[in-house]
Design a protein around this ligand. Structure first.
Ligand code: UD1
Ligand code: CA
Length: 453
């Protein structure tokens, strides 16, 4: 069976009060429509089509990486009309699943059940029971079989009391879809082509409507405004937090963690409140992440301690390393085993060797630092001359005194000690002391300048 997914995403989304198309608004760091796209792909869909209208150029640009067919729906004449913009490009043998770009949390497991219920001439429909079904199309049944979907505005008092509603998500054979879409007209109050008319047609033709019920209503909740988006974001984050807890990770507060991407954490690790994880991040076991850390596309091995308010991006941190508080670890950094980076230290494109330390107020850029090195407070690698970047090499066992400037390109020899306050412009020899400050002197009767009258 070949699966084709049509994602409807042409709605204007006026209630978002936004200049960008609704489906580009982000949930957990990626556009809502990308969640739906990813879910489609995870179902093994061979063909994914996105029906777009409003803000199409921006949509296509931000979703360049999608492997989809873009189908323009110039005027929004209803859900069946939207499906018609895509369906001619689907071959008759396929099964078609219709999803919505603004219903981001639908799960693959649910859709698998729905798709598996499709047979020659039936319609496989996803429904949900809602405590408050107002606004939705109600599922009307006789002797258990679906006989109609009645839109809220067309519903009688009795029908309004029905709690089972249409989610809009359906799966059918493509041949069946092609045949029946053509029969749908717009003779209704709204003058729209309703996809739900396919249900009425099926009932009329004596074809079966098989329903699948979704367990959690959030899976089929659509986003119309930012309040609903924020609500779904929290639900999504709660799911991630619960998974981490189940996997043996302690969270100081499961309601105060944000994962925007793929986070893997080993057991017995601890994550304090208000941390944000972006992209792909791997954290080992027995790691502690302090409050307020932002960690992106990084790998942190077991037994590390990341102290509060550290920002780490595209970095590799080996075992037993300590970072922060208030450290900034930028792309291309590799902190090797048992190294330590303290407060107000910025590191970029640098390897800090085993057992080496930069404990305070330092900038290390484009550097290769050996093992057992101590970088004193206020050390700056001057890696940039305003036009080009240069490399600093610090060999094993070096001791860099406080407030030293290392003017790259420069190599500090093995076990060299650099006296505090030095400006190092040339390579240093191994061992010994190198310093570049002027001898201290005292001018006894020196006067402070006075303000000119
Ligand atoms: C629809 C269903 C209703 C169901 C509800 C669930 C119909 C007639 N009604 O109502 O039974 O309970 O969804 O949320 O289908 N869209 C397009 N092009 C269009 C029209 C819509 O792409 O021309 C997209 C919208 O962007 C939106 C989705 O289709 O994402 C649903 O359309 P909408 O008009 O909001 O349908 P509802 O009135 O909510
Ligand atoms: Ca809607």
């Amino acid at each position: 069976m070949n699966l084709s997914v049509i994602i409807l995403a042409a709605g204007a989304g006026t209630r978002m009060r936004s200049t960008k198309p609704k489906v580009l608004h982000r949930l957990a760091g990626i556009p809502m429509v990308e969640h739906v796209y990813n879910t489609s792909k995870s179902l093994g869909a061979k063909q994914v089509q996105v029906v777009y209208g409003h803000g199409g150029e921006l949509l296509k640009q931000q979703c360049q990486h999608f492997d989809v067919e873009w189908c323009l729906q110039d005027e929004q004449l209803g859900t069946a009309h939207a499906v018609q913009q895509a369906s001619p490009h689907i071959s008759d043998e396929n099964v078609v699943l219709i999803l919505y770009g603004d219903v981001p949390l639908i799960k693959a497991e649910t859709l698998e059940k729905l798709v598996n219920n499709v047979s020659a001439n039936n319609v496989s429909l996803l429904t949900v029971n809602l405590d408050n079904p107002a606004g939705y199309g109600r599922i009307v049944r006789e002797n258990g079989k679906v006989t109609a979907i009645v839109e809220d505005k067309d519903a009688s008092h009795e029908i309004r009391a029905i709690k089972e509603v249409n989610t809009g998500i359906v799966a059918v054979n493509a041949a069946y879809l092609h045949e029946n879409l053509a029969k749908i007209d717009n003779n209704n109050a709204q003058g729209e082509y309703y996809l739900t008319d396919m249900i009425a047609l099926a009932v009329k033709d004596g074809n079966e409507i098989i329903t699948t019920q979704v367990d959690h209503s959030y899976e089929v909740e659509g986003v119309n405004d930012r309040k609903q988006l924020a609500r779904l974001e929290r639900i999504f984050q709660q799911g991630i937090a619960e998974k981490l807890l189940t996997d043996g990770v302690t969270l100081a507060d499961p309601a105060r963690i944000d994962v925007r991407g793929d986070l893997k954490v080993g057991n017995d690790s601890f994550i304090d409140i208000n941390c944000v994880f972006e992209g792909e991040t791997n954290i080992g076991s027995h790691v502690s992440v302090g409050a307020g850390c932002v960690i992106k596309n990084s790998s942190i091995a077991s037994d590390c301690t990341i102290k509060p308010y550290s920002v780490i991006e595209n970095a590799i941190i080996d075992r037993k390393t300590e970072v922060g508080p208030f450290a900034r670890i930028r792309p291309g950094t590799h902190l090797q085993e048992n190294s330590r980076v303290g407060n107000f230290v910025e590191i970029k494109n640098t390897t800090l060797g085993v057992n080496s330390k930069a404990s305070h107020l330092t900038y290390l850029g484009d550097s290769e630092i050996g093992k057992n090195v101590n970088i004193g407070a206020g050390t700056i690698t001057c890696n940039y001359d305003g036009a080009n970047k240069f490399k600093t090499i610090i060999k094993d066992g070096a001791f860099i005194g406080s407030d030293t400037q290392l003017i790259a390109p420069v190599t500090i020899g093995e076990n060299t000690t650099i006296g505090a306050g030095s400006t190092i412009t040339r390579d240093t020899e191994d061992y010994g002391l190198t310093l570049s400050r002027s001898p201290q002197k005292h001018i006894k009767d020196w006067q402070r300048p006075v303000k000119k009258k």
